[in-house]
Design a protein around this ligand. Structure first.
Ligand SMILES: [Ca+2]
Ligand SMILES: [Ca+2]
Length: 70
């Protein structure tokens, strides 16, 4: 809704986790679905830039196996 609140929430999330934890599969899978959606990947610019390449089955989400190729 509010970009500032969203930013603050991300900062709070980042500071409560270990450094670079955002590159960890379980951390990125915020909703625990077992796959990383594009919106979940959007917190990591590097991952986002490789998203289409990593999504080898083209279902719009990264499975743990697909993510392991990052
Ligand atoms: Ca997910
Ligand atoms: Ca996929």
């Amino acid at each position: 809704m509010n970009t500032l609140n969203k930013t603050l929430a991300l900062i709070a999330l980042a500071s409560s986790s270990a450094a670079f934890a955002a590159t960890d599969f379980d951390t990125l899978d915020v909703d625990g679905s077992g796959a990383i959606s594009q919106s979940e990947a959007s917190v990591d610019a590097d991952l986002m830039s490789k998203f289409a390449e990593l999504d080898t089955d083209g279902n719009g989400e990264l499975s743990k196996e697909e993510f392991s190729n990052a």
